[in-house]
Every structure is written in structure tokens, then in C-alpha cells.
Design a protein around this ligand. Structure first.
Ligand SMILES: Cc1cc2nc3c(=O)[nH]c(=O)nc-3n(C[C@H](O)[C@H](O)[C@H](O)COP(=O)(O)O)c2cc1C
Length: 266
């Protein structure tokens, strides 16, 4: 069965999941959500099976994922699934939000299944990267989880994670505040004198929010808060407030800078 997987990623976790699912499923294309046209009329994928892979942000969806999902018309698909990658708190509220957005959106067609994949957390504004051993363990267990999800998808399993009262409360308390400020939260981003003017930040930003001026990044206030510019800068020169300078950077080890920069094929 032909499958199209739409994904959004900042630091590669969700891309690694989209790719892993594609490898297991066969006849599958991974398409970056950010490559879909800005002026969205309904997008109607031709594939019989459609997946959406996204990180969890404040127990909800990245703003761009919610927007694009609303314009996806999946009414012609035989099977629709999603996988949300998360660092610690779980993915049930994000998957439920996605299901709701799809049901109310262009195709009035929700999810048949939603899956959660624990991955290394990348929200450097709040915490440091996992230590090496924990990182390795988390990635190995995520790879096993992806294989199990692919099998469930192949079986056409219908499942959603159980409602989580704590996750849902967190979503209601924090997600609206996050979304209200998300695009302008880059006002806190700064670049220090370790910047070598390499331009990596501009390349890896999935939404074209970085403009180089004299080789150094400036931000255009349509930020998704994906952390790619901060995490992937090879010298750690980009900061968000006073705490990030001392924290280690994270990018999924199997996802190259070039793959993050590729907005066409994934
Ligand atoms: C702005 C932001 C908010 C986040 N909020 C949550 C959260 O509420 N719960 C959670 O478990 N992980 C959270 N995370 C961690 C990411 O969901 C996780 O690391 C994800 O796998 C990153 O995917 P990516 O590498 O594809 O960008 C957050 C990350 C960012 C950048």
C-alpha cells in the first residue's frame, strides 16, 4: 500500500521516526510539512495510507503542524495515523489535538491510530541534553518502538493513547500561552562571538525564520521554537537567555545537517 508521511522536525527526532516508518512500510514517501505551500487550499494526498509525524510542544502540536493539519483533506485515505515524539511528558494530548484538528478540518477525517515515541528531549531553554548513556538507551528503545509502530500500521490497528488527566491539564494551562507567543519568542535569541558566519542556522531552520546579516543570524518572528538553530549551530553560538550557553547541544545522531536542510524530500 502506498504511504505518504508528513513530518515536522527541529532536531531530527521526528524525521528519524518518519524515515524509520517509511523503511519498514515500503512504498513510502516522507514529506516535510514545511514544504507544503503557504497559501493552503486543501492538500489531498493520493496515497492510500497517510501518516503525520510531529514533536510534542507543551503537550500540544507545533503551530505549523496544527495549521497544516487543518488543511489536509484525508477523506480519500484508507488509513490515517500519527506518531508524536516527546521528551518526557507523553504525547496523548498532542495526538488528541491532531485528531480533533483533522476531524474539524478540510477532510473531516480524523486519525485511525495515534502512537507516542519517547525520544531525547530537545527543549534546551528548560533543560540540558541527556547524558551519553541515557541518550543511547533512549534512541535504541525509540528504534524498537518505531518497528513496533510500523507493524501496527501494517495491521491497520485502530488505537489511541489513553486519556491522561495530567497531560490534559498541562495542555490547557500552558499550550495556549505557548502558542500566543511562539512566533515572537525568537526575540530572546542572541548570537555570541563564537559565530563563524557558517550559515548553518539559516539552512536548518524549517520555516525560513533566519536571515543572515553580514553572515550572522537575525530572526524574523515567525519562529516555531523548534530549537534547530540553537541546537545545530556547530559552535553553540546561539543562545536563548542566560542558561543555554552552558548546556550541551542535541541533534539526532542519524540525521545530518543536510537532511534537516532538505525541504523537498526528507
Ligand atoms: C518548544 C518545545 C516544547 C516541548 N514540549 C514538550 C512537552 O510538553 N512534553 C514533552 O514530552 N516534550 C516536549 N518537548 C520535547 C520534544 O517534543 C522532543 O524532544 C521531540 O522529539 C523533538 O523532536 P524533533 O527533534 O523532531 O524536533 C518540547 C520541545 C520543544 C522544542
Amino acid at each position: 500500500m502506498e504511504t505518504t508521511i508528513y513530518y515536522f522536525t527541529g532536531t531530527g527526532n521526528s524525521l528519524a521516526v518518519a524515515r524509520g516508518l517509511c523503511e519498514h512500510l515500503g512504498d513510502c514517501r516522507a514529506v516535510p510539512i514545511a514544504s507544503l505551500p503557504d497559501e493552503l487550499g486543501p492538500v489531498r494526498p493520493a496515497a492510500e495510507r497517510v501518516g503525520i509525524v510531529s514533536p510534542v510542544y507543551f503537550s500540544g502540536l507545533p503551530s505549523i503542524v496544527a495549521e497544516v493539519a487543518a488543511s489536509l483533506d484525508l477523506s480519500g485515505a484508507q488509513y490515517v495515523f500519527a506518531a508524536c515524539t516527546f521528551g518526557g511528558s507523553g504525547a496523548a494530548p498532542s495526538l488528541r489535538q491532531l485528531d480533533r484538528v483533522l476531524q474539524e478540518g478540510a477532510g473531516r477525517r480524523g486519525l485511525d491510530a495515534g502512537f507516542a515515541v519517547r525520544m531525547p528531549g530537545n527543549y534546551i531553554r528548560l533543560y540540558d541534553r541527556l547524558g551519553d548513556r541515557a541518550l543511547e538507551r533512549t534512541l535504541a528503545s525509540a528504534a524498537r518502538r518505531v518497528a513496533a509502530i510500523a507493524e501496527a500500521v501494517d495491521r491497520g490497528e485502530r488505537t489511541m493513547p489513553r486519556f491522561s488527566p495530567a497531560g490534559s491539564l498541562f495542555h490547557r494551562l500552558y499550550y495556549p500561552r505557548f502558542i500566543a507567543r511562539v512566533h515572537r519568542a525568537d526575540e530572546e535569541f542572541t548570537v555570541d562571538d563564537r559565530c563563524t558566519r557558517c550559515g548553518t542556522c539559516e539552512k536548518v531552520c524549517p520555516v525560513g525564520n533566519v536571515r543572515l546579516e553580514d553572515g550572522r543570524p537575525t530572526w524574523l518572528h515567525r519562529c516555531e521554537q523548534c530549537m534547530a538553530c540553537i541546537q545545530v549551530c556547530p559552535t553553540g553560538a546561539i543562545q536563548a537567555g542566560p542558561k543555554t550557553a552552558a548546556r550541551r547541544r542535541y541533534r539526532h545522531p542519524e540525521v545530518t545537517v543536510e537532511a534537516l536542510a532538505d525541504r523537498d524530500s526528507g
